[in-house]
Design a protein around this ligand. Structure first.
Ligand SMILES: [Zn+2]
Length: 71
């Protein structure tokens, strides 16, 4: 998963975190009713990989983080 030299935008990182915490123990249930919420969740790594808008260059992220005042 992930893209070389790219990082998730902050708002997409939240989506990825949401998926991780709410879905990791759930797993795929497409055998019950496809497509399941696990597979269609925007934060699913497989979906993130296909979402161009979710990614930005590591440099862009580093520059923005450097501009955030500490406290
Ligand atoms: Zn599924």
């Amino acid at each position: 998963m992930g893209r070389k030299g790219m990082v998730l935008k902050p708002e997409w990182q939240e989506v990825a975190d949401d998926f991780f915490f709410s879905m990791r123990d759930r797993g795929c249930s497409c055998f019950i009713s496809p497509p399941c919420s696990y597979c269609t969740h925007d934060g699913n790594p497989a979906n993130l990989d296909e979402t161009d808008d979710a990614w930005e260059s590591e440099l862009v992220g580093a520059i923005r983080d450097a501009q955030v005042p500490n406290g």
